[in-house]
Ligand binder design. Structure first.
Ligand code: ZN
Length: 221
């Protein structure tokens, strides 16, 4: 039933896009809108009142959310970020330990393929490693094996991802890296240093990183 008098906003759409809808819980289309409150008589806008805060409307559930809801990555984007993180960690561990061990190379390639780069073979991984190790300013950040290029890649891949993963998800990424390093039986000092840097980027505390790296040596993989 339409009330005689009422105040309701009138919305105008600024932008359309994809987002993760917090209401219906999936990747959806949204309209980003701004609006103005109107005094209405029998539903008809009569008199403009003040502006209302911009909001985002899901085109599926029609729920309205604050513009901060656009900061959460979509499922598609999160999957891509996770895949890139696994790839970059595998390269960093490989760079730190050297590519001399066939077992380490094999484990790194397996992680990369399982992450979603199904066609990625050892030759591609080694070529990517050579390209990355030679890039940047050549300064190791806090790890002797990881040159500037890989340090930049690690930062770029892990920093935006970390806030969106659970503790368990972040620990899992570190463990995958640890298992690559352990494929030839033990951690080299540079591998341990690289994994510690990875743990830091993943916002795992120093103590948690130490505990996880020890746990990985006891977990058969
Ligand atoms: Zn929705």
């Amino acid at each position: 039933m339409t009330r005689l008098w009422g105040v309701r906003p009138r919305w105008r759409t600024d932008v359309l896009g994809d987002f993760f809808c917090p209401g219906c819980g999936g990747d959806r289309n949204y309209r980003r809108q701004h609006g103005r409150r109107w005094l209405r008589l029998l539903g008809t806008p009569l008199l403009p009142l003040g502006p209302v805060l911009g909001s985002v409307q899901c085109t599926s559930c029609h729920g309205r959310y604050g513009v901060e809801s656009l900061e959460a990555p979509t499922c598609v984007r999160l999957t891509g970020m996770l895949r890139d993180a696994q790839y970059t960690i595998a390269l960093a561990v490989l760079a730190a330990g050297g590519t001399g061990s066939a077992a380490v190379r094999g484990e790194a390639c397996e992680v990369i393929r399982a992450a979603g780069f199904e066609d990625c073979g050892e030759a591609q991984v080694l070529a990517a490693l050579a390209a990355l190790s030679g890039r940047g300013d050549g300064e190791p950040f806090d790890v002797h094996g990881v040159g500037g290029g890989l340090a930049i890649e690690l930062h770029a891949a892990l920093e935006p991802l970390a806030p969106h993963l659970s503790q368990q998800g972040r620990e899992r990424l570190l463990l995958q890296g640890a298992w690559i390093a352990l494929a030839d039986g033990r951690y080299l000092p540079q591998e341990r240093a690289t994994l510690t840097a990875v743990g830091g980027r993943l916002r795992l505390g120093e103590e948690a990183v130490g505990r996880l790296l020890e746990a990985a040596t006891r977990t058969p993989h």
